[in-house]
Design a protein around this ligand. Sequence first.
Ligand SMILES: Nc1ncnc2c1ncn2[C@@H]1O[C@H](COP(=O)(O)OP(=O)(O)O)[C@@H](O)[C@H]1O
Ligand SMILES: Cc1ncc(COP(=O)(O)O)c(N)n1
Length: 545
Amino acid sequence: MSAPAPRVPRVLSIAGSDPSGGAGIQADLKSISANGGYGMAAITAITAQNTRGVHGVHVPPAAFLAEQLDAISDDIAIDAVKIGMLANADVIRTVAAWLGRVRPPVVVLDPVMVATSGDRLLDADSEAALRDLLPLADLLTPNVAELAVLTGAEPATGWAGVLAQAETLSTGSGTLVLAKGGHLAGDLAPDALVDASGRGRLTTAALFAAVVKEAEGNPRFVEFGGARIETTATHGTGCSLSSAIATLRVSRGEWVPAVREARRWLREALRHGESLEVGGLGAGPGRAGHGPVHHFAGLWSRGGLETAPTAAEVEADWWGGIADVRAGIDDLPFIRSLADGTLDRGAFLGYLAQDALYLRDYARVLAEASRLAPDASAQAFWAESARGAIEGELELHTGELAASDSPATSGVRDLEADRATTAYLDHLLATAARGEYSVLVAALLPCFWIYTDLGARLGAGGFGDAPLRADHPYAAWLATYRDPAFAIATRRAIEIATDASSRATPEVRARAAQAFRRSAEHELAFFAAPLAEAAPLTEGVLLSS
Ligand SMILES: Nc1ncnc2c1ncn2[C@@H]1O[C@H](COP(=O)(O)OP(=O)(O)O)[C@@H](O)[C@H]1O
Ligand SMILES: Cc1ncc(COP(=O)(O)O)c(N)n1
């Protein structure tokens, strides 16, 4: 039994809108999604901005923000909140009142004041109101400039100064602070979690720390190092990072792993930001702005964009994709004459002899599928099918072939596989040798599926009444393929193979579809062979012992 899937963190962003998509709620929703959360957004302000700057800000009435917040919290359990641009004191008070009522388990506050472009995003006279909001958060993520404003100091010019201000802020607000080095000069872009609140939030988390520094007064620093990434795509880094941390704090349960993972993700997004080619249109020299980070760089390259088909969709695709092969099989003189009973007995026995030869190696390939199977149920199924194929082969020797009056049937064991049998087996053995389970089971499937389908249609009068007559010369053979147990096995084989393909990567799925079709084509050639190239079962085609 597999463990239940972990619940998806429900994360609310309370922030401004950036129509260019790089910062604000747009960045937050992308960041939350990229980090495995369900994103929601209550909009505090609507900005008109692009990668070069903010042209305008419209702040809807704070009462309407309250309505948005209540609509969400009345209906949805919120696991984490990320707070970004708050615009003015009314908005701040509305958010503070809502937080006081709802108190979500994780609150990350990015005290947005000034955009990367230098434009103000918070009224200058609202800084006091913002300070009052700080204690309601669990984590503050100010940049260098914001840290300076919040501590009433000059912006720090070095990392030690940033850490000192972060400590001051943490002590004053009683919250954890993430000090960010993004705006410092130099080759490094370090961040650090600073907990001087005395609430010991980092005690457990510090176990995970790469570097834990004990400083005077015993505040705790957990530092995250990293080289500065050479890029202009830094618009929205603060928004993206704080949303990622809020989301990952829910799924990881601790601050340090959440920050470490969020930073790793953001750094990948930063490295690929410029590839988006967002911004810079018509910019004169020196006006090129800051493009967004690529929030989905990792997901798109590793997860792919293709929608995975369900097993039922794979089944329909595969079966529909061999409609021409199936029609070809139905039209074969071998199948037609087998159905109406006019098939030459020698040709029939020749077919059975090839079938026996086929089953011997088919059983080995089924056993290989069992070896590769990812779970016990599939492992048992393929092993059982291998046993069935071996039994089928033995039955052929003791049944139809042994009973035949041909003097040569005793030499079946030494009979050589004809071209069609050899080609089919080569395909199956080569697929097995490549060791890709989902491709292998797709290759094994037509033998189950096409026979079951043929047997069912022969038995249901699809080829006329002749196959239903008890005195049909090949009644015993027809009965084998109508066997309900075989139909059940076929259903299970279809389920296993299509399920494996629906979960596989697009590349593996394409190889599986091709292997399935190849096997179906070999089935056609196999049925065509007895009346096409191989002579009936006579001493001429047997290497009798
Ligand atoms: N060029 C860069 N290379 C690596 N990391 C960066 C770079 N610029 C910003 N960061 C990281 O992005 C995050 C946001 O930091 P920062 O730019 O200081 O905040 P804000 O966007 O709020 O101004 C931090 O983790 C910081 O270390
Ligand atoms: C709506 C909105 N919120 C926040 C920021 C800050 O983002 P950054 O500091 O990365 O430019 C922004 N530019 N716009």
